[in-house]
Design a protein around this ligand. Sequence first.
Ligand code: CO
Ligand code: ZN
Length: 347
Amino acid sequence: MTLAETLEKLSNACGVTGREEEVRNLMKKFLKPYVDEVKEDKLGNVIGIKQGMKNAPKVMLAAHMDEIGLLIKTISKEGFLRFAKMGGIDDRILLAQKVIVCTERGILHGIIGSKPPHIQKEEERKKVITYDDLFIDIGARNLEEAKKMGVKIGNPIGFDIKFVKVGRNIVIGKAFDDRVGCAVMVEAMKRLKKTDCTVYAVGTIQEEVGLRGATTAAFGIYPDIGIALDVTIAGDVPGVKEAEAPIKMRKGPSIEVADAGLITHPKVLSLLIDVAEKNKIPYQLETGLPGATDAARISLTREGVPCGVISVPTRYIHSPASMLCLDDAENTVKLVVAVIQEIPKRF
Ligand code: CO
Ligand code: ZN
């Protein structure tokens, strides 16, 4: 499978935070041919291990398998679903979205509805409708029918978006945050023929609600170096100022210098930059992002782990559909592979 095909499969899978089964199964399958062992830990992180020589430095790669989404909170007697939000979701993007409800009996389709604009009062129309005033319509007649269709309190709900190719090497899809990190990790393990490091390729859970899976996975592995593979905001769109979001799509992976959760360890930062320079891989440097990645937690494991973040510039993250350039993902793979080869010389 190519990088794009792996991304397509992962993007189309549903993995609302805390309910990552579908993505986890794909990750196990995709990693298996390229590692010595695939494990699932007690919380549900997937860990692919590629053994290096004895006493080799341990590298932990982390890409989160979960995505932002919704959970059924209540089912009304008329058969409409109210929901809770999982992860950072702007209420303004919810209205009129098509969604899929994942039940034990399979997928149901639905739409997020609200009172039609025609009958809204002037002042109502100006206000953002918050998520607790919205509902999901699955076409059920009433509570009984909804139950018969399989819905239960707590069912995860994802956005109904299918992966599609648009411009030259540009793709649109669901949950590129962080399925592109997962796809990059799989592809990097595939291309990594022999390494003197022992590599732990970890698909983490529950990143979007507080970097939870990475916390326990890193405790178990206690690596010598950690690298999170994630997305960052591509700000090269109308209405965004350079100083607000300087990272651009098509300009290569972003190497993070600092974000709200991590100041990249100087040894890791120089490793990433030197390797990119030496291999002529385009890259961008980024600071001051308000969010955090799995690397924030990995770095605080036990006595501490030097960490860094490599991100794929992605437009419209934390919305139903996002966009990225496959060349950026490809260059991220190249950087990750080259960095792993260089680690034994420096750690
Ligand atoms: Co995210
Ligand atoms: Zn992410």
